[in-house]
Design a protein around this ligand. Structure first.
Ligand code: A3P
Length: 299
């Protein structure tokens, strides 16, 4: 398919609303707008990410921290029902009916989130990931969308990502928006890379933020069940419970490689430099340090 036709096919797959791109067909402007008026509670926890930054991993960690039944494997509620996406509420779950403490997930930019959160009513955990690994992960992910009726190539996807024409919009706008409005929220910033390098410390940090005290054995269980190799085979966590209608798992998985630095296998030097430039120009004034390789320290 010619480059232009391919870009058009990819964009036809998106719903644009209020400056943001969503997955067409599984949400609507009405559902998205309703989120802003959602009533939040002090003990709500909202997990917020740009796509491919460790969302389903952090969902698993939060679910394990909060549910003893999940920790001991006696609850087969899947993680999407446990911590539903607020902007993809296609089954019209009545969030008000859910018992506290409620867990939610979102890829929304700060300005579309429930307004109540700005009064620090509810907690937010924002997880970000270095953009080189995010875009590579995202490219592989786009290939498993069932409804995307075209074969995507890396260069086209990279260009769409760099111009924000993917679900979740611009990576740098997402992060910048959340960081520069952090004073309005009760928010904990985490990185995929810190979770990957020291999962136990990340779990303890999250426990402290959400006010959950677990004993040593419980913490060990959370860590163990949140490792890549265990999540891969965990039917409530690996997302294979999603219908074939949405994802074709013959082409790939949500849990793909789970590491830092895989971008080096795909990205050209020029693309890598383009990302370095974007990070410098869009986020250079913010105190965010990225880790680009499994052996690196933040820089
Ligand atoms: P890769 O495609 O690089 O492997 P999201 O949940 O935001 O869609 O992010 C998906 C990415 O998180 C994928 O990255 C996936 O493998 C990774 N991931 C999920 N669970 C993980 C885990 N337990 N440990 C490490 N990485 C994990």
């Amino acid at each position: 398919m010619a480059q232009e036709a391919l870009q058009e096919a990819l964009e036809a797959f998106l719903l644009k609303h209020k400056g943001m791109y969503f997955h067409k067909g599984i949400t609507s402007p009405e559902v998205i707008d309703a989120v802003e008026h959602m009533e939040t509670r002090n003990d709500d926890v909202f997990l917020v990410t740009y796509p491919k930054s460790g969302t389903i991993w952090t969902q698993q960690i939060l679910g394990l921290i909060f549910s003893e039944q999940h920790r001991n494997g006696k609850d087969n509620t899947n993680n999407m029902d446990r911590a539903p996406w607020i902007e993809y509420n296609e089954h019209n779950i009545v969030f008000d009916n859910r018992p506290s403490p409620r867990l939610f997930t979102s890829h929304l930019p700060y300005y579309l989130m429930p307004k109540d959160l700005r009064h620090r009513r509810g907690k937010i955990i924002y997880v970000c990931r270095n953009p080189k690994d995010s875009v590579v992960s995202y490219y592989h992910f786009y290939k498993i969308y069932t409804k995307l009726q075209c074969t995507i190539d890396w260069k086209t996807f990279f260009d769409l990502f760099m111009t924000g024409r993917v679900i979740g919009g611009s990576w740098s706008d997402h992060i910048r928006g959340w960081y520069t409005h952090k004073e309005d929220y009760n928010i904990l910033f985490m990185t995929y890379e810190e979770m990957r390098k020291d999962l136990k410390s990340a779990v303890l940090k999250i426990c402290k933020f959400v006010g959950k005290i677990l004993n040593d054995q419980e913490v060990e269980t959370v860590v163990e069940r949140a490792t890549f190799k265990n999540m891969e085979h965990d039917p409530v966590a690996n997302y294979k419970f999603l219908t074939k209608n949405l994802f074709n798992f013959d082409r790939g998985n949500f849990l793909r490689k789970g590491t830092i630095g895989d971008w080096k296998n795909l990205m050209t030097v020029a693309q890598s430099e383009q990302i370095d430039e974007m990070v410098k120009s869009k986020l250079g004034d913010l105190p965010i340090k990225f880790v680009w390789d499994i052996d690196d320290e933040p820089q």
